[in-house]
Design a protein around this ligand. Sequence first.
Ligand SMILES: [Zn+2]
Length: 275
Amino acid sequence: MLTDSHCHLASHKFPAEEVPALIQRAKENGIHRLITLATSLKDLDENITLANTYPQIFAAIGIHPCDVHITPDRYLEELKQRLTDASNKKNICAIGETGLDYFHPAPIEGGLSTEEYHARQRALLHQHFQLAAEHGKNIVIHTRDKESQQSLDDAVEIYKKYADQVHAVFHCFLGPWTLPQVQTILDLGGYLSYTGITTFKKAANTLQAAALTPADRIMVETDSPYLAPTPHRGKRNEPAYTLHTAQVIAKARGISIEELAAITEQNVNTFFKLA
Ligand SMILES: [Zn+2]
């Protein structure tokens, strides 16, 4: 059994009435748990409701870096309130999706310069780490750059300040393995999670990183509805397709799919504090 450690089930691409079928197709492919991540105040409660409705679903709550310009400061109180609500306690398993995105320019809406936009992303990332520390949760981080590795670098620097209290997973990790940040993340106790990009022919660096990541620090995910793996590339992604990614990574590591599942399940249980 595998867990899709990162999907967005509240996306408009997944109508609420389709969720039981998504869970069923996932199960038929050996995916027994789905971790759905909020990205904004708008999809926060829908993600929590999914986790409170279906025993296979757990939620992470946070503000995506591409949403910080339209997120009011009171978001932090909103997240705290959800975390302390007793009916959510078992089902909110982490803080995220948060992080730094230097790939996209500052959106017109919100009126921030690109510099201000990125500064706000860093401020919110600090706040998410503090929130995670206060509530005994770990944190799911997105980074993306146009060129260089500045967002990864900045996120790792921020992680350093909280690493004695919180573990971070760098989701949709692309590699290459030779990046200096990789060793720093591992030294801090962090995790690396891999998507369907590992199945793409032109992403040898990403598959190599997935092959070399220590057994106690690797997770697999879809990031669905985005990034469908081969053979579904270009179509809507869904949690069931975690299997394609897991098969490719297992092969690259020279182990069976069952062995990869055992490794990643252990890591999911530890990181998200499940089971
Ligand atoms: Zn995501």
